[in-house]
Every structure is written in C-alpha cells, then in structure tokens.
Write a protein that binds this ligand. Structure first.
Ligand SMILES: [Zn+2]
Length: 367
C-alpha cells in the first residue's frame, strides 16, 4: 500500500491555536502523471469534501491492487482556517475575516519570477521545457517568505500542486447545476473531464491576474508560452474548477457517482490502471465566460422565481420578480441574454445591488 497521510502545520495565527492541512498521498512520489485534487477552498462548499472522501476509498482499493501508476495528492478540506469561521451558526468560509480577502484570490503569482529564471534557458523540446518551467516555479515558491496564516496556506497548496499534470479545484455555488470553469489554454483538452463528470455548463475563461488558484496554474503556463514564442512550452497542467452543484448537495446519491466519475477520469488519464468504460456523451457545448451574467438586484425585497434552476431563459423574459413588502410592488427581472439559469443564491431575500443569480449566456468560445 502506498497511501500515506501527512499533516502540514500552518503558522499560529492566534495565541494558543494551530491548524493543519491533511494531505493524502497515493502512488510513488515523482511518478507521472501526477494528479492533485482539493476541495472546499471556500470552506463552506462541502460537496467536494464528501466526493473526495468517496474517492479516497476508491483509491485505497486501487492501491491495494497495485493499480496506481502515477502520483495522486488529495486534500479533502483545503481551508481549515475558513472552516473555523463560524458566526452565529453560519459558516463564513469564503473570505478571510482577518484580511477581508477572498480565499480564492491572491495565490502566489509566479509568472514574472518564473519567466526571469527561464531567460536564455528554454530549449526546442516541449517536455524538456515543461520540466524547466516546473523547476523555476519550485525555486520561486521556495524563495517566498509569507507570514500570515492564510498566505502560508496558499503557498502550501501551490507547493503540493504546482508540478501536477492534472489539478482539480472542487467548489460549489449556493444552489447550482454542476459546472466547470476552464482556462482557454486547457480547452479542448479538458473536454473529457466535462463529459465524464456530466457538467451541465462549461465556462471557458482567459485566466486573470487576480490569481485564483486556477489562474495561478493555468495562466502561468499560458503566459510563459506567450513570452517565449520561439520555444515550445505546452501547458504543463490541465487545471479546472469543478463546481459540484450547491452547498447542500452533499448526499451520497450525488457525491458517490461524482467520485466514480473522477476515478474513471483518472483512469482515462493513465494515473490509475483499469478501463474507465466508454466516455459519456457531453451534456453541453462550452460557452465563453464573456456571456456569463451575474445579476444584481435593482430593488431590495423577496425574490420570487418563475423559472427553476437549470431552465433555459430567453433574452427579455421576466423569469423572476422582486417583491417589496412595504409597497406590494413587484419589480420584474428580465433575462439579459439567452442562456441557462445555472446558479442562484440560496436566500430569497436580497438587498438592492446584491448579486442573486447567474445565467450562462450562449456566447461562443472565441477561437
Ligand atoms: Zn468556491
């Protein structure tokens, strides 16, 4: 058996306390391909925690049969700091209460430092260059001197994942269809993941320098390739955000098939031996994140939907009203685009200007 469990200590943030990250490792360190999966970076997004628990069981069986060919790292709950942030029985794990910062922003931006270290060193071999980039990233990470607990957590998660061939960041929305965010540099490579996991929506973005966990990986590979056009630098990792429906969708009848699908995908990508079976047909065409509309409430009040999650809406259609209980006025909410109502906040009360639902518009992915 190769399964080991490590505990990475985080620096003490508050006197008398210390938190740790639990890391499950399978396979041989340094073996390829390497896969890294974590859940609940936004700490209250629980379904991924349960999915990874199921996945660890499947990996244990594969491990006992000697079927793990690569290296696999699983971090079932990636944000013990956020998990500790409970206020009046409500988990507040999206933002660091210490700094007011979104836990999925501000990951180490290694792009400029890595590019500097690569100056004059890249070759004409793609695989060789991937190794050089990973080496430069490792040096950049090793040179960091972060002090704050949340910053050290981000460096630790990057340290576990920066050299992985496959990086999956499992999130959930408040209530949502299963959807994926993939950076263009990793598409259509990620199409088999979308099909295998049964994504109802796939949103393709360009990456951004706010440095989400995904951008800290995908944007780096994209930028390094762009800065050294005379040398082949293929993406060294396929990174995706998998949004596992809504935060309450933790039940086994949903999470067990998700784990089966992730396991089959790892087989498909030769991280684990065995036949994954035929690839399911994709449930959707990818759309550009440029067509995504996050709706802000024009009035405060109670949200009354006339469409369900997963329904298609037409541009201009009144799919919701906001009831002002003081005046009895119902303000109509019109769909700004043709698309799919794929995510909503759970609370049916909104303040003026608050985000309350999202529609994935039918915008085509730019080539
Ligand atoms: Zn999230």
């Amino acid at each position: 058996m190769t399964h080991t469990i490590d505990h990475l200590e985080l620096p003490t943030a508050s006197l008398g306390t210390q938190r740790r990250v639990v890391v499950h490792r399978f396979g041989t360190p340094g073996a390829r391909p390497k896969a890294y999966l974590h859940a609940a970076l936004h700490a209250q997004e629980l379904p991924g925690i349960v999915v990874l628990e199921h996945l660890i069981g499947l990996l244990d069986e594969a491990d006992a049969a000697g079927r793990i060919t690569g290296e696999i790292i699983v971090v079932p709950f990636a944000n013990p700091i956020g998990l500790s942030q409970q206020i009046m029985m409500e988990a507040q794990g999206r933002y660091d209460l210490d700094t007011n910062r979104n836990y999925n922003r501000g990951f180490p931006d290694l792009i400029d430092g890595t590019a500097e270290r690569l100056e004059g060193r890249l070759t004409q071999g793609g695989e060789e260059n991937i190794a050089l980039v990973r080496n430069a990233m490792a040096q950049e990470l090793a040179a960091r001197r972060d002090l704050r607990e949340a910053d050290v957590l981000k460096v630790r998660l990057m340290g576990l994942s920066f050299d992985a061939d496959f990086v999956l960041d499992l999130h959930s929305a408040w209530e949502a269809m299963l959807h994926l965010f993939v950076t263009d540099v990793n598409w259509p490579d990620g199409a088999d993941l979308a099909a295998q996991i049964g994504a109802d929506v796939v949103l393709i973005d360009r990456g951004n320098r706010m440095m989400t966990f995904k951008s800290a990986h995908a944007l780096l590979w994209k930028e390094i390739a762009a800065r050294f056009p005379d040398h082949p630098v293929p993406p060294g990792s396929l990174t995706a955000v998998v949004e596992l429906r809504g935060q309450r969708d933790v039940d086994d009848h949903l999470t067990r098939p998700d784990a089966d699908n992730l396991f089959h995908w790892l087989q498909r990508r030769d991280v684990v031996l065995g036949s994954p079976g035929p690839l399911p047909e994709a449930r959707c065409e990818p759309v550009s994140v440029a067509g995504l509309r996050r709706l802000m409430a024009e009035e405060g009040g109670v949200l009354i939907y006339h469409r369900d999650l997963g329904d298609r809406v037409r541009e201009g259609e009144t799919f919701c009203h906001i009831l002002d209980p003081e005046t009895g006025i119902r303000t109509p909410v019109h769909a700004p685009v043709d698309g799919l109502l794929y995510a909503r906040r759970s609370h049916r009360f909104t303040r003026k200007g608050q985000y309350f639902c999202a529609i994935a518009g039918d915008a085509l992915v730019e080539g």
